[in-house]
Every structure is written in structure tokens, then in C-alpha cells.
Ligand binder design. Structure first.
Ligand code: PLP
Length: 385
């Protein structure tokens, strides 16, 4: 297949323009939003859709506790606060990552410590992390200390990229062994399961996003999910300005934020989540089509889900066989010019000016992956008329 032939994607999908990932609205969405408006309960304080949406997420993820927030980014920040991450704590995270994670760490004056990624899931390279921890860290009184800096490594953030799972069994073992807290950034992973367990429910805290480009949307929005009651109560408290619960007093006891999800947004989320299974099925069909298109392709490999994993097919992705940024950019430019919206992966975090001096392991594989990744149009409604 020549690059030029990729323009045929529009013909295959019988569309004039292919967006990367756009939301889809049906009459129930309008109905629920109207119901929220008619009730006047559009804000964060009250309204039935907060409860209804929360219980849908609960039954989907099997997580015990859910705190709805106004974005996935807020959720990550809240998660770090709930795990008591503080100044000079080191937090391990892949450099191949969405920016909200590293920014949340920085805003707490904690120290991001970058780790490498592997090819099959695009997630954390656990083998490499294992030997890195063994060589560069030591255990001391239930803590893991960075030998070089003397700082405590208190947390690891595992991001499940494009809805594909890191090896959570191994990662969980590693975190337990080193007494490191685990946050799963499952922002892109609603509907994805590893060994039948929903992503975001392995770690101490999981984060979901319902931004407009996710598999379902609340406009902007997110959730912190956890099985730990203490974390749940703290997350609830901090997400409502740390206000002490009282009928009429306005008193506060911590540094909090107003980051809860409004009932109006929850109304849209509740309507959308009823279609999640259908959306995953549609996207699976889309993946099968891409599988045929890219079978034995000389330029690209289609990213396939690992074993024991049930994928939500959030962003279907190809990897250039060669590490060639020029070619990657050429493909992306040409397709975007032809109304086929594709995108590269995010800038590696350790290359961003404010993070250049942060501690890191050798990041050679993430460097290679960055040059190869191209995400394809993947909306659930792409195959609908
Ligand atoms: C991996 C990942 N983490 C975090 C976020 C942040 O979510 P939000 O856009 O809801 O703040 C996103 C969203 O784009 C994401 O893709």
C-alpha cells in the first residue's frame, strides 16, 4: 500500500470527511439534559443524574466508590492528593503520556521520574522498570528510596494508552513489593478489561475521562474510582472545597477545589453510558475493517490488543515499521489535507522544557515509539450512515 492509497479510507467508509474521534448524540441525550434543565438542578450540589450516572459507572466497572469530577485532569490531581503525595516525593510515570499526569505531580511540588514504555501495549515496560528499581532504589523501613536523590518513591502512575492495558498483574506485584502506591490513568479506557477486571480498578485509584473525544462524553468530565473507603471520602471532601458537611455553616478544613461534576453534565453521561456496549461493538467492527486494510502492509503495523484483554477500541492505531519522523509527518500532513483526521502521539514528557531536568531511566523505546505512532479515525459512529 502506498501512502497515497490511504486516501481511499474515505471511500471505504463512504464519508467526505473522517474525523479522529467525535461524539455522537441521540434523542435520549437531549431528553436527559432537558430534564436536568427543567428541574433547575444543573449544578454540582444536587440532582438525580449524578447518582444515576455514578451507579451506571459502578455497575460497569465494579468499582466500589465513584467520585464524579469536572475532568480527567482534575481526577488525576485529586488522586495524587488523596494518596498524600507531597513535596519532594518521587512519582514514577511513563514519558509517553498525556500531559495532565506530569503537570499534576509538578503542581504538588513532587518530582516526576520518567520511565520507558514497551511496544505491545505502549504502556510501562515492566521488565525494564523491575531491573531499574533493583539497581537504583533501596527499601528502607517500608519505603522505597532513590539512592541518588535520597527521595522517597511514593507513587507510580500507569497510563493505559488508547484504552489498551498495561500488564496490571505484574505491575501490581511490583508496586506491592516496593510499597509504591498505584494510580491508573484509565482516562481512555472506559469499557476495557484486563483478565475480566475493569481498568482503573487494579490500583489504589483509577481515573476516567468523559471529555468530548472519549468513548462516551459528558462534554467535559471525569471520575475517580476506588475500592478504598478512606480515599473515596477524602476525594469527595477535597472535590467540594473541603467544606465540612453541615446544614447551614460554611466551614472548611483543608485545601480543596470546586471540581465536582455538575448534574447537567451527568445527565448527558447517564444517557450516553446506556450505549457503551453498542459503541464498543461498533468500534470492534471498525477494527476488523482496519485489520483487513493493513494486513501484510509493507509500511505500517496495526496495533493489536494483548492477550487476556478486552479492549474498548478507543483509538485504533498504526505504527510505522521504520522510526522515521519525516515519514510520519508526511503521512499525517497528507491525510489531514485530504480530510482524514489522524494524529501522532503526545510529545514525550521528558522533552518538555520544564521537565528536562527531571530524573529518568533510559527512554530509548519511548523515543522510538514516538516516531512511529499514527492514530486513525475511530469514532463509534463511523460505520453508521
Ligand atoms: C491518557 C489521558 N489522561 C488524562 C486525560 C485528561 O482527561 P480530561 O481531558 O478529561 O482532562 C486524557 C484526556 O485527554 C487522556 O487521554
Amino acid at each position: 500500500m502506498t501512502i497515497q492509497k490511504l486516501v481511499n479510507l474515505k471511500k471505504i467508509f463512504k464519508k467526505k470527511k473522517l474525523e479522529l474521534h467525535t461524539p455522537y448524540f441521540e434523542s435520549i441525550d437531549y431528553k436527559c439534559i432537558k430534564e436536568s434543565i427543567d428541574s433547575t438542578l444543573v449544578s454540582t450540589q444536587a440532582g438525580k443524574f449524578i447518582k444515576k450516572f455514578r451507579s451506571k459507572i459502578k455497575s460497569f466497572t465494579k468499582s466500589k466508590f465513584i467520585v464524579l469530577v469536572n475532568s480527567g485532569s482534575s481526577g488525576i490531581y485529586l488522586g495524587l492528593r488523596c494518596l498524600d503525595i507531597k513535596k519532594n516525593d518521587e512519582v514514577l510515570l511513563p514519558t509517553l503520556n498525556y500531559i495532565a499526569n506530569v503537570n499534576a505531580i509538578k503542581s504538588l511540588n513532587a518530582i516526576p521520574h520518567f520511565i520507558d514504555s514497551e511496544n505491545s501495549s505502549l504502556g510501562i515496560d515492566i521488565k525494564k522498570l523491575k531491573s531499574y528499581l533493583k539497581k537504583n532504589f533501596r527499601k528502607k523501613r517500608n519505603k522505597t528510596i532513590n539512592i541518588k536523590t535520597g527521595n522517597t518513591v511514593s507513587c507510580l502512575i500507569a497510563t493505559h494508552i488508547f484504552g489498551i492495558s498495561c500488564n496490571m498483574i505484574e505491575l501490581l506485584k511490583l508496586c506491592k513489593n516496593y510499597n509504591i502506591k498505584l494510580i491508573e490513568d484509565a482516562s481512555e479506557s472506559l469499557g476495557s478489561k484486563h483478565r475480566s477486571k475493569h481498568l482503573g480498578t487494579y490500583g489504589d485509584v483509577g481515573i476516567l475521562s468523559f471529555n468530548g473525544n472519549k468513548i462516551i462524553t459528558t462534554g467535559a468530565g471525569g471520575a475517580l474510582i476506588t475500592n478504598n473507603y478512606k480515599i473515596f471520602k477524602k476525594a469527595e471532601h477535597l472535590s467540594q472545597n473541603a467544606k465540612i458537611s453541615h446544614k447551614w455553616k460554611y466551614e472548611y478544613n483543608d485545601l480543596g477545589y470546586n471540581i465536582k461534576m455538575p448534574n447537567l453534565n451527568a445527565a448527558l453521561g447517564f444517557a450516553q453510558i446506556t450505549r457503551l456496549k453498542r459503541y464498543i461493538n461498533n468500534k470492534k467492527k471498525l477494527f476488523k475493517i482496519y485489520e483487513k486494510i493493513f494486513l501484510n502492509n509493507e509500511l505500517f503495523d496495526l496495533l493489536k490488543p494483548p492477550k487476556n484483554f478486552s479492549w474498548n477500541y478507543w483509538l485504533i492505531t498504526i505504527l510505522l515499521k521504520s522510526e522515521d519522523t519525516k515519514l510520519r509527518n508526511k503521512v499525517i500532513n497528507m491525510l489531514n489535507k485530504n480530510q482524514i483526521n489522524v494524529r501522532p502521539i503526545w510529545q514525550l514528557n521528558h522533552k518538555i522544557s520544564i521537565y528536562k531536568k527531571c530524573p529518568k531511566m533510559n527512554l530509548s523505546n519511548a523515543e522510538k515509539l514516538e516516531k512511529r505512532i499514527i492514530c486513525l479515525p475511530s469514532s463509534a459512529h463511523l460505520l453508521m450512515k
